[in-house]
Design a binder for this molecule. Structure first.
Ligand code: ATP
Length: 239
């Protein structure tokens, strides 16, 4: 059963077609990776799925409901969570307070349940010892963890990760991968845009390649990465 389905989704900015007839679905519980050159339309695709942008054409279904014209807030409340490429936490609020804000506005839990949920998310994302630290004092890895935690605090069934591994050392990257794997093992469906390929392929079961807003490949990560077309377009390897 698919949790998300896009059918012929398109988006233009002026004369520039950034999403061009995109059709794919994501089975419940799967981790799907998205790769593509800079400007291929990956973040735009996320914005269309979350409702931050509205599609010019096509339909988007989430959990069997047509959400094409549903607002970003309602999509979040119904279970679409996301992290952003550039983390922008409330710098002066503590880690825990940042999660409370996300949970209070991003899910339907009662006040008491929100507090318990945020404590659980702090454990899951290994931020428990930084709970009372202002977000502005966190290291890069901790900021990435907080970005993940803010998305998890909205209790997503579908978690969208936008280049969360960028800029980390190899050790930090491995630590973050471990946390993402744990979240996936709990049954959360994941779509992850990432340029750090080894991080992505160590988690995802399926890979989608975008180029100029079109899907040029989707399937088993090893097969996709071995395909001549993908190697030429994405890796710039002339074979
Ligand atoms: N709000 C906007 N208005 C006009 N053009 C935009 C807007 N958002 C994105 N674009 C353009 O759409 C194209 C796709 O951008 P997008 O950010 O989706 O690509 P991307 O694949 O995520 O790139 P990157 O890997 O660099 O993050 C780019 O040419 C970008 O300049």
């Amino acid at each position: 059963m698919s949790i998300l389905a896009l059918k012929d989704v398109s988006k233009k900015f002026g004369a520039l077609t950034v999403t061009n007839g995109v059709t794919f679905d994501v089975p419940k519980g799967q981790a799907l990776g998205i790769i593509g050159p800079n400007g291929a339309g990956k973040s735009t695709l996320f914005n269309l799925i979350t409702g931050n942008l509205s599609a010019d054409a096509g339909r988007i279904h989430f959990q069997d409901r047509d959400v094409t014209r549903v607002s970003a807030k309602d999509r979040c409340l119904s279970g679409v969570g996301r992290s952003f490429q550039i983390p922008q936490p409330f710098e002066k609020l503590t880690v825990y307070e940042n999660l409370l804000v996300a949970a209070t506005h991003g899910c339907n839990l009662s006040e008491a349940a929100v507090q318990a949920d945020c404590a659980d998310v702090l454990e899951q994302t290994e931020l428990i010892r930084r709970a009372n630290t202002p977000a502005g004092q966190l290291s890069l890895l901790e900021r990435k963890r907080l970005e993940l935690a803010r998305a998890m605090a909205t209790q997503p069934n579908l978690l969208l990760l936008d280049e969360i591994a960028g800029g980390l050392t190899e050790g930090e990257c491995q630590a973050l991968i471990g946390t993402i794997k744990d979240i996936h093992a709990r049954g959360v469906t994941i779509i992850w845009i990432e340029h750090v390929l080894h991080a992505l392929t160590s988690v995802v079961e399926r890979l989608l390649v975008l180029d100029f807003g079109k899907i040029i490949g989707i399937g088993d990560p090893d097969e996709i990465m071995a395909s001549k077309k993908v190697r030429e377009i994405y890796l710039g390897i002339d074979i």
